[in-house]
Write a protein that binds this ligand. Sequence first.
Ligand code: MRU
Length: 365
Amino acid sequence: MIPGSDSPSTNPAESVVTTLGWVGDAATGVLRMIDQTRLPTEFVEIDCNDVPTVWEAIKALRVRGAPAIGVAAAFGAVIGARVGLRDGRAGVEAALKAAASYLATSRPTAVNLFWALDRMTAFAATIEHEASPEAYVNRLLDEANRIADEDRTTCRAIGRHGAELVVSGQGILTHCNAGGLATADYGTALAVVYAAQEQGKQIHVYADETRPLLQGSRLTAWELHKRGVPVTLICDNMAAVVMRQGKVGMVVVGADRIAANGDTANKIGTYGVALLAKAHGVPFYVAAPSSTFDLSLPDGSGIPIEERDPREITEGFGRVTAPAGISVYNPAFDVTPSELIAGIITERGVISPVNTAQIREVLSS
Ligand code: MRU
């Protein structure tokens, strides 16, 4: 894709969004990311050079989507560790620990954040003690780059597995943004769409607008349009009618955290879409990498759900739309029970039926 260009690409395989990545060397480089709060009207990239800037970018949803948050945190850990360079090996080790603890407070629901930080600290523990502080930071950057590269490969594999489930000519409904913008590249739910289109299947996507922050209209519609995938934007409250009209053959969404039994936390509104899909006999799929599973939780009741600033509802995008002082409830995610999920599309294959035994089997394969 040509950043900022309005012309759709005719080849989804070629047109790639560089959501985020490292620019420069370990000592002086920066984490560069698209500021997703500015889309779709402005294409702006920002450089993060300190941990509070990375934390703020995650908190404010400049970078968002579970896998992309994990990648951002991994690079944030590198930025954090190098603060300790002047204090030698003990300095970089302590600085890494402090950065990881701080970044872990940015958002609670997407488990990929904690997964990536744990992986960075576990990797750091394997770096030989003789390594200089500079070599230590270099090695951390290598690991963060591996996390980003693996995310790209993982998303392609999710796309390949998911595309098998797509029937040419059917409509696909999605909620929120689980596309290239939510990952290092290519997406999870939208990977299924891209891979099916690359296989020559006829695709039409219905993108839920996704109240209150409009990831569906600002990001999914933007990304699909840029990649030349036919897309129709609908308000969240129109999903029932498009299903009733037979326009939707499958639903595919992403995930922020999946419990051991398959209960899935994703963007608020996903649970309602799953219920609608059930009522209309439409299969409801979740697409997610294995890093989104939290097998320490037996079911979805233990998934921490982020509650966000009420102003996202009362004055979203700068316009006051509710009376002053009104009481507001603003959970950013909900949990879809596993019995509503026809399958979970992972890089290791499709988990179906969705239950604890199947999940363990596919994830250990
Ligand atoms: O609040 P957000 O925009 O980070 O929420 C994102 C979602 O809910 C996505 O569907 C999920 O993280 C999967 S991204 C591949």
